[in-house]
Design a protein around this ligand. Structure first.
Ligand code: SF4
Ligand code: FES
Length: 250
């Protein structure tokens, strides 16, 4: 397959970026999208050109590191897949493919296609955990009954891999889908209750401090989320936030 790649190149966070054109031949149908970029980079290195910087790690849809905007869609065409799970058979000979970084004020560009998503880590650190009694008297988690429906919803929320596609897709660069998933995975379980109010207030506050936009219910985040995280989580987070605000002294 012969393709034309239009790739965003940017030397550093403050540098002016631009789209550059790279023709590429010999792309195989069964290459993953990231393997195709590896293949391009080998050729660029042979030509003495600096390779394209992009994020990746597990390459099997688990870690959330890959983060490309491909032909105007986070993680490219296809639903419920990450960029590393996208294969070149989705494209055809002669195609032009536009490859850009995830764009959001809270995700500054590091270089080329790599962005800094540490804002997500700071939201998580603000309350995305439970404090566990390690005195030796800890109650076995399996000894606490959890309604099946809640267990399933909590598990679904916990499948968020923190990739940031929701933010990149949202016209407001909102992180509500991510934050609501990270809050819901605890708020639906008995173990998450003791710190529930503090958690939702603190994580939403951190989300706002990081410069993410608000949610205006377009639902684009849910469509592009590789893990199918439901908008239902945002509704739950808003409800929990309101109730926690009304009873908070802060
Ligand atoms: S909610 Fe979905 S799109 Fe957003 S960070 Fe989590 S997995 Fe990625
Ligand atoms: S590289 Fe880990 S999810 Fe894509």
């Amino acid at each position: 397959m012969d393709l034309t790649l239009k790739i965003w190149r940017q030397a550093g966070p403050e540098a002016k970026g631009e789209m550059k054109t790279y023709p590429i031949s010999g792309v195989e149908d069964d290459m993953s999208f990231l393997e195709m970029l590896d293949y391009l980079n080998e050729q660029l290195i042979d030509q003495g050109v600096e390779p394209v910087v992009f994020d990746h790690d597990c390459r099997e849809g688990i870690c959330g590191m890959c983060s490309l905007f491909i032909n105007g869609e986070a993680h490219g065409p296809g639903r419920k897949i990450t960029t590393c799970q996208l294969h070149m058979r989705e494209f055809k000979n002669g195609d032009t493919i536009y490859i850009e970084p995830f764009r959001a004020k809270a995700f500054p560009i590091v270089k080329d296609l790599m962005v800094d998503r540490s804002a997500f880590d700071r939201i998580q650190r603000a309350g995305g955990f439970i404090s566990v009694n390690t005195s030796g008297n800890t109650i076995d988690a399996n000894a606490i009954p959890v309604p099946k429906e809640n267990a399933d919803k909590a598990f679904d929320a916990a499948t968020c891999i923190g990739c940031g596609a929701c933010v990149a897709t949202c016209k407001n660069s909102s992180a509500m889908l991510f934050a609501s998933a990270k809050i819901s995975q605890f708020s639906l379980l008995p173990q998450g209750q003791p710190e529930a109010k503090e958690r939702v207030l603190s994580m939403v506050n951190q989300m706002d401090l990081e410069g993410f936009g608000n949610c205006t219910n377009t639902g684009a985040c849910e469509v592009e989320c590789p893990k199918g995280i439901s908008l239902e989580n945002i509704a739950r987070m808003n409800r929990d936030y309101l109730l926690a605000s009304l009873s908070s002294n802060k």
